[in-house]
Design a protein around this ligand. Structure first.
Ligand code: NAD
Length: 522
């Protein structure tokens, strides 16, 4: 049984196996709280990355279907924005409870379609769930400001929804990224069109079902499918006021430019090359475990994967131990007990990663640990790459300049902290960075001088929890990162301010002569 593609709102069983699906069903789309079968003529085949067996076919929704989603969201907006924030908060409480109840089912869909291990998929759901939990604080988050600006005069602010908004999601966090968007967009009074990644929309379809069960009115949350054409539709549709995008630089820069040119708000989180600077005074054991986990977990397919290590001074001598721990990781299909990392998303992705490893060899780097050619006996047809460590890397090499997005750790050597900081700052990306040291002053110097938006001090993947915001910078965001995801900035992105100035003077306090100068508010 494979119920995670939005077959019906009553589906409760789910598969936790990589066995071939006999009765492959097409993924449905979701408008007005209904699961619908697309009239599409074009479909994108979705394969289990561990076996390359067909799991489902994802439709490229037709123009008429995309327009119907917009019409539903537009129709739902006036009544939804008129609901009280407490009403929306109650729905969010229910949504949170339903995500908890369906946690394993969501995770199973992720493991099957995306490939990450089941425990890691549960973490994917958790990080999204936490955003939904934080969105329950909407009454606090939406409070405006008020000031008595002059005698009998006050100015106050309101945060109002934008209208119909859209989210375009990547493949690597099939639950978390939709959940960066659904809770905050809707609790602030907007209606939403979500386009999950065409490579793994199953979790988003389960979330759609949970939205329906939580009591979201028809048309508030809609899910459509497709790739470039659906994205272009979203970019050009005048009714859509804002776009949230998470994904790679090529798509993101295009989406930011075209969406902004069409007058929309766009928030766009892009690619990364996250470095760890390792100082000789750090806790070596902690560092080794942290880097191995953060470089190879999720097969390196996290935007905050720690893909680059800058070894300061004698820490380069720790490489053999690093390789030993990486080699000990179990590469296996995500439902297999004990698997530490699963396959990469597609054969194409595997080939791209392998060609980057080959380019490093050609450019003179050393492949200290080579994960190419690995296959678990039971799953010979998956997109496997075992942990790979490339050493003696220099900043000009392709394996350093490009985001690899696979289980590959790239290592560079420097002599001092200053050199490490200069090297990291010279990199175009600025998503996350980490330093491993026991010295407070060293960590503080690094924190002050480093040009990356999310800094971990002895923390390998410093993704901020949802009461903060996701604050990448440089090339890891479009538009200078003016609009960040979740937290208060996330609420600000999905709302526009209205500022009201009111005067309540008694009649006899008003002069008989009009004042034509700019008011001075004395
Ligand atoms: P992607 O850019 O290929 O796809 C993301 C979305 O954009 C998908 O919905 C896809 O349909 C659409 N898309 C892709 N190419 C397009 C094009 N040319 N025109 C229009 N739409 C297009 O990204 P991905 O491979 O799914 O995800 C991996 C990337 O996402 C990595 O670069 C990773 O670093 C990044 N990412 C960043 C963050 C962050 O917060 N910074 C989080 C997760 C992932």
């Amino acid at each position: 049984l494979y119920p995670s593609v939005g077959l019906s709102s009553t589906a409760t069983s789910f598969a936790t196996t990589h066995e071939k699906i006999q009765d492959v069903q097409d993924t449905q789309y979701f408008i007005n709280n209904k699961f619908l079968t697309s009239e599409a003529t074009q479909f994108i085949d979705l394969h289990d990355p561990a076996t390359n067996n067909l799991v489902t076919r994802v439709p490229e929704n037709t123009d008429a279907e995309l327009k119907a989603a917009v019409a539903a969201a537009e129709k739902a907006f006036p009544a939804w924005r008129a609901t009280s924030v407490f009403h929306r908060q109650q729905i969010m409480f229910k949504f949170v409870a339903l995500i908890r109840e369906n946690w394993d089912r969501l995770a199973a869909s992720i493991t099957l379609e995306q490939g990450k291990t089941f425990p890691d998929a549960k973490g994917d759901v958790l990080r999204g769930l936490q955003v939904a939990e934080a969105a329950c604080a909407a009454p606090e988050l939406l409070k405006g400001e008020v000031l008595e600006v002059a005698k009998d005069m006050e100015t106050r602010t309101y945060r109002e929804p934008l209208g119909v908004v859209a989210a375009i999601c990547p493949f690597n966090f099939p639950a978390m990224i939709p959940l960066w968007c659904i809770p905050i967009a809707t609790v602030t009074g907007n209606t939403l069109i979500l386009k999950p990644s065409e490579r793994d929309p199953g979790a988003a379809m389960i979330l759609a079902e949970l939205c329906q069960k939580a009591g979201f009115p028809e048309g508030v949350v809609n899910v459509v499918h497709g790739a470039h054409r659906a994205v272009n539709f979203i970019l050009d549709e005048p009714a859509i006021k804002a776009i949230s995008f998470v994904g790679g630089n090529k798509a993101g820069e295009y989406i930011f430019t075209r969406g902004s040119a069409n007058g929309k708000r766009v928030q766009a989180n892009l690619g990364a090359k996250n470095h760890a600077a390792v100082l000789p005074d750090c806790n070596k054991n902690q560092f080794l475990n942290a880097v191995v986990g953060a470089a190879f977990g999720a097969a390196g397919q996290r935007c905050m994967a720690l893909s680059t290590v800058v070894l300061v001074g004698e820490t380069k001598n720790w490489l053999p131990e690093l390789a030993e721990r990486a080699k000990a990781l179990q590469v296996n299909a995500g439902f297999e007990a004990g698997a530490d990392l699963g396959p990469v998303i597609s054969p194409h992705s595997k080939a791209r990663i392998e060609s980057l490893i080959a380019s490093a060899e050609e450019e003179g780097a050393t492949i200290l640990l080579d994960g190419r050619g690995f296959k678990p006996a039971k799953y010979p047809d998956g997109n496997w790459i075992a942990p790979t460590i490339i050493t003696d890397v220099t900043p000009q090499m392709k394996c350093y300049t490009e985001e690899i997005f696979g289980p590959v750790l790239v290592c560079l050597n420097v002599d001092t902290l200053d050199e490490a900081i200069d090297l990291i700052n010279a990199n175009e990306y600025g998503n996350g960075v980490a330093i491993f040291t026991r010295s407070g002053p060293t960590a503080e110097t690094f924190r002050r001088r480093i040009e990356a938006g999310q800094v971990g001090i002895n923390v390998p993947i410093p993704v901020p929890l949802p009461m903060f915001s996701f604050t990448g910078n440089k090339k890891s965001v479009a538009g200078g990162g003016a609009s960040t995801f979740y937290g208060r900035p996330g609420v600000n992105f999905y709302t526009q301010q209205k500022t009201v100035t009111a005067l309540w003077s008694s009649a006899d306090a008003i002069s008989k002569k009009a004042d034509v100068a700019m008011p001075t508010h004395n």
